[in-house]
Design a protein around this ligand. Structure first.
Ligand code: SF4
Length: 501
């Protein structure tokens, strides 16, 4: 389904293409119609899309899945989850109903369909990824099912031709007392219809004793249709992921997709990747921060940067990769190159000017793009590191302070660092330990952010300010700073950047 025109076919593949046959062959690939908003993703996509669409559509879907998962981890109710996800779905993965008569209907459904299948490829490698993907995709399907227009939803369910046997009137009457016992509020069996299906297909209903189970069959009232459809969706997806995992080693592809797919699965394993546009931090009309304001601004830093800052102040030194991670973060805050050089020079107070100029000045200038690099990068330098990069690349060794404390510290050291930075709430610390145990590092970081800023978030909500709506999960240290700073400086939000000095 990937368009070939942008990339050359390698020699090995070219030799297998029969040009005559190809020229006169009837095109085997075509776009699908999407009569329903909901989709069981039974047919794989077959039309062409570009590599950019392949990657971007998958990234947009990951954003939604990651947010949905983070709502689950934080025990949000269905209503809270919907309120949280609605704006994100509208932005990244809209799906209009037929009744909307939107001109984008087919395009939206195509993106939904393709992105689902791309992620199947990316997440079928390991059992853990398959399980997570199936769980969160099922949650997304359920959320959409609940929101669908009632008539369109019914038409969709009928189109599935599910193998559910209707319970005959005679059997219904024979089982009346047992059926009524499982349907609280129902007085007469004549007022409801029941389906009969294998009990394993509706574990939720069996567990909640909402159905009668007899001879390995569950008798499900029609009003429980959603559970049945959702269970069917989950069962089919799990089976399809198994098949995909077995087919992956035989995937005929010429090294264009593998790097994208492995990047996508990394995205899902750690934190979704995100970039940070440094200009975002320059609040309108504001002065940039200075070397001397960093100590105060560090109150708004995420733990990774607080750790670097504290280590620098304690030891007057940081090793190479720690300096790089911290310099780029400071650059993302809007600290100018000149101020950054002052910051490092004063920070390394145990060495002479000469030693600083010889050993460290060049690297700072290089990070800012002031020296070195190719023509492309010159003038801009490197971008601040995202959580994903910090979590997955350049693991810190002995004596190094870079990385993410949630991932790279022992639980005891992490707890001590959190307590030293003022996070003393036992519930929060317990939640962090749980998150870290389950490798949900950025969720732990967001948990701490919410606790540290809880009063400011509460006030922003009461006053209906835009920062309160800014609730997408944080996946970049500079985004952490930006939100924390804005929450505490709402009156100065449109004013000075270094206003805390
Ligand atoms: Fe820093 Fe991201 Fe780790 Fe938070 S999750 S401490 S922002 S790297």
């Amino acid at each position: 389904m990937i368009r070939q025109d942008r990339h050359r076919i390698d020699a090995k593949r070219r030799s297998t293409i029969d040009h005559k046959r190809k020229q006169f062959a009837v095109p085997a690939y075509k776009a699908l119609d999407y009569p329903h908003r909901l989709n069981f993703y039974t047919l794989p996509p077959t039309a062409e899309i570009t590599l950019e669409q392949f990657e971007q559509w998958a990234i947009d879907r990951i954003r939604i899945l990651a947010e949905l998962e983070s709502c689950q981890f934080r025990n949000k109710t269905a209503a809270e989850t919907l309120a949280h996800l609605k704006p994100l779905l509208d932005k990244y993965l809209p799906l209009s109903s037929n009744a909307s008569q939107s001109s984008q209907l087919q395009a939206e459904r195509q993106k939904d369909h393709y992105s689902h299948f791309i992620l199947r490829l990316a997440f079928s490698n390991t059992e853990e990824l398959r399980r997570r993907f199936a769980r969160v995709e099922t949650a997304l399907f359920k959320l959409r099912f609940q929101q669908d227009d009632a008539r369109e939803r019914q038409a969709f369910v009928e189109s599935l031709l599910l193998d559910w046997e209707m319970v005959a009137e005679e059997e219904k009457r024979a089982l009346a007392p047992e059926l009524l016992a499982c349907a609280p509020g129902l007085k007469r069996v004549e007022d409801e219809s029941w389906f009969k299906l294998d009990w394993e297909k509706v574990p939720e209903l069996v567990e909640g004793r909402r159905v009668l189970v007899r001879k390995a069959k569950a008798y499900v009232p029609v009003r429980e249709q959603m559970s049945m459809v959702v269970a069917e969706f989950a069962g089919r997806l799990e089976a399809a992921l198994e098949l995909t995992s077995r087919a992956i080693p035989r995937l005929d592809e010429d090294d264009r997709l593998t790097p994208i797919l492995s990047h996508l699965s990394k995205n899902f394993s750690t934190a979704p990747s995100s970039s940070f546009d440094g200009t975002d931090t320059l609040l309108s009309g504001g002065a940039s921060p200075t070397a001397s304001s960093i100590d105060q601004l560090s109150a708004h830093f995420p733990l990774c940067m607080k750790n670097l800052h504290l280590t620098l102040r304690r030891t007057s030194h940081l090793k190479h990769y720690s300096r790089l991670q911290y310099t780029l973060f400071l650059k993302g805050l809007g600290l100018s190159l000149e101020e950054c050089l002052v910051f490092w020079r004063t920070g390394f107070r145990l060495i002479t000017d000469d030693a600083f100029n010889k050993e460290y000045r060049y690297n700072v200038r290089h990070s800012y793009g002031d020296v070195g690099g190719d023509a492309n990068r010159r003038g801009r330098g490197y971008s601040p590191f995202s959580c994903q990069k910090i979590l997955t690349e350049h693991q810190p060794g002995p004596g190094e302070s870079h990385g993410c404390p949630y991932r790279h510290f022992s639980v005891d050291n992490l707890t001590a660092l959190l307590q030293a930075t003022g996070v003393v709430d036992r519930e929060v610390l317990r939640g962090v330990r749980e998150d870290v145990g389950a490798k949900r590092y950025h969720i732990a970081c967001n948990r701490v952010f919410e606790w540290v800023n809880k009063e400011q978030i509460g006030r922003a909500k009461e006053e209906g300010r835009s920062e309160a709506k800014d609730n997408e999960t944080i996946t970049h240290p500079n985004e952490y700073f930006r939100r924390s700073w804005l929450l505490s400086n709402r009156d100065k939000g449109e004013g000075e950047r270094g206003g805390e000095d």
